[in-house]
Design a binder for this molecule. Sequence first.
Ligand code: ATP
Ligand code: LTN
Length: 335
Amino acid sequence: MDTQNKKVVFSGVQPTGKITLGNYLGAIKNWAPLQDEYNCLYCVVDLHSITVQQVPAELRKNTMDLVALYIACGVDPNKSILFIQSHVPEHAELAWTLDTISYIGELNRMTQFKEKSRKHADNLNMGLMNYPVLMASDILLYQTDLVPVGKDQVQHLELARDLAERFNNRYSPTFVVPEGLVYKSGSSIKSLQDPTAKMSKSDPNENAIITLFDTPDEIRRKFKRAVTDSETCVRFDADAKPAISNLLTIYSLTSGESIADAEKRFEGVGYGVFKEAVADAVIAVIEPIQQEQKRLVADKAYLESVLKQGAESAERIARKTLSKVYRKIGFIPKF
Ligand code: ATP
Ligand code: LTN
């Protein structure tokens, strides 16, 4: 990684299941184009994933699948640092420190915490509440300037900024205060079955989500079954026509055509024809990624070498920040 005066980008995705089109269009797709201009770190956040119960063998598989997927989506290990969060223990160490300046009230107010507590009432663990503090730790450890994420993470980013400022004020300037990078289009892809809910990889309804591992037939079938509205006009109107607007957004981001041009192209055709075109555009993007992902995941030696190198490079930076933090707090350095 070229470290000359470039700004730092950090982002991550949880290995909690099959990556969706929402994760791709809202986050991962935007990572590769940042690699030349910024020093990028892309992390598989496995520590976050265990806030919801995982099956160990599946977690192992999902983690390696996601590492391969990052590379298949254009993350270049020669340009960026690609690593697994649990390989760098400083994430958990800084999270503990930040916990002591986080207020229970502010964590209790987080939308994702409230939603996940409802969904996982049988496993309402402290990790679920501390989730945003660990995310702040991920970001602040690398003196990150920019964090490309989907809209649902904006509140967590605000907390990361607040914690950075709180620490800097209490001790002295230590952390860069990060900014979010949320793209106008694609930052909130909706469920195909309920356009008021976000597409989420943990949605138990398989028809609601397109995953990057779906076959072309599955993709066609899911779009065919996607809910629409009682009009027949392909027109973008997020309030009055949320389902069609979601499909238009997906079409535009995968085909490269603007929404206005797409509205013209599909003027007068029925929803059936439009949905087929959306499926084709999505398949054309996903298929080459799938092939590359499959090839990479079979090359275990390569992935392991990338991860070894990634963990070493990440830890070098993380250790520097954590030592600084410990010194400022008043901890005695190791003799
Ligand atoms: P889970 O269902 O396990 O909570 P998730 O699908 O919400 O997972 P995350 O791992 O939490 O996925 O998110 C990874 C990245 O994808 C984040 O940057 C997040 O903002 C983005 N993202 C998630 N869902 C969407 C969506 N529907 N539209 C756009 N971006 C999304
Ligand atoms: N909470 C994020 C995943 C995540 C992340 C991060 C994103 C964990 N740490 C640091 C950006 C930067 C999510 O998408 N659910």
